[in-house]
Write a protein that binds this ligand. Structure first.
Ligand code: AVJ
Length: 325
């Protein structure tokens, strides 16, 4: 075992596999069937998501990267030295832009990445330690909810929780509210919340971003079934389901579904679950909501989070907001 005094990684797992799968049982026994989006992200799913980020159609990552490149130093000036907590850190590629900005100002670097996928968190932690000689990393492998509950006091005078990439879009409005209340509980007065939000834009841009020509998003969506097979001894046949993605213009959200190509029976042995699918029946696997800056700012304010500044790109496709409690 390699011991690095600048690295600590903790893992918080759900206690027993059945308890961990309660949300799967709940979702798959509903009509229409649904599954929580967090099941996309086993190590393979996280790699597929990295591939999505590089797709020509997937504007989200590229656009947010540009905003960070333009304004990371402004963010660092506004917050001063702070511990950077990141929810859904993944490969931490965009975070490097922030770390560069804080390093440039000579601030101490404390990074607390949180991700549900341990492989990608560990790998990116080692690579960050090599590239940032003063960086301290305390990683947590778990869901956001569990990690936020386990946060200790910040080692620096302030903390900034980063939630970039518009993962907020995966949460339904009521889940958003619960999430914001957990964020506030993990902050002290004066601390910061950095939120990246994907904004309203034409369907003609949105739909290809979630149904790319190379079929990577389709693989990403189908990988959820492979992940469930692995976790719960399931027998989903990935050949018998098809990726669907479309923009729901009424609710301003992309919906992703998996469509059963024929009538079939699927078993998840560890969950004692037998499922019947009719031909054409769908499982709803993700929503990706698109926001309006003003509306989010108002919601954040309801939780005591005051917007200090919002940055955007030339097309106003994405908003990056810095809020303070
Ligand atoms: C990681 C949740 C931000 O909603 O755009 C990408 C996930 N799903 N393509 C998004 C995703 C399909 C992504 N987030």
């Amino acid at each position: 075992i390699q011991v690095n005094p600048r690295l600590k990684i903790e893992t918080f797992r759900e206690k027993c596999p059945v308890a961990a799968g309660e949300d799967v049982i709940k979702g798959l026994t509903q009509t229409p069937k649904t599954l929580p989006s967090k099941y996309f992200y086993d190590d393979h799913g996280s790699l597929l998501f990295e591939k999505i980020c590089a797709l020509p159609e997937y504007y989200v990552t590229r656009t947010e990267t540009k905003i960070l490149q333009n304004y990371a130093s402004e963010i660092a000036h506004l917050t001063g030295p702070c511990e950077i907590v990141e929810l859904g850190s993944g490969s931490s590629t965009k975070t490097r832009i922030l770390l560069d900005a804080y390093q440039e100002l000579g601030h101490p670097l404390h990074y607390l990445p949180i991700d549900i996928s341990g492989g990608i968190l560990e790998q990116s932690a080692y690579s960050l330690l090599e590239d940032y000689p003063t960086l301290h990393i305390h990683g947590i492998v778990s869901t956001y909810e569990t990690a936020l509950k386990h946060l200790n006091a910040s080692p620096l005078p302030a903390r900034m929780i980063g939630f970039i990439g518009s993962t907020l879009g995966n949460l339904k409005p009521d889940e958003c509210h619960i999430f914001f209340s957990h964020i506030v509980e993990a902050l002290q007065p004066g601390d910061y919340f950095l939120l990246g939000a994907d904004l309203h834009k034409p369907k003609s841009i949105l739909e290809p971003a979630y149904d790319d020509s190379q079929g990577i998003t389709a693989q990403f969506n189908l990988n959820m079934l492979r992940h469930l097979n692995h976790l719960f001894e399931g027998d989903f046949n990935l050949q018998q389901f098809e990726h669907l993605a479309f923009y729901n213009e009424t609710d301003h959200k992309i919906e992703m579904h998996l469509k059963s190509l024929r009538s079939q029976t699927v078993e998840l042995k560890k969950l004692n679950l037998t499922l019947e699918f009719t031909a054409g029946e769908t499982i709803h696997t993700e929503i990706s909501r698109k926001f309006e800056i003003q509306q989010i700012q108002q919601e954040l304010l309801d939780f005591g989070l005051v917007s200090l500044h919002t940055w955007t790109d030339e097309n106003q496709w994405l908003g990056l907001m810095l809020c303070q409690l």
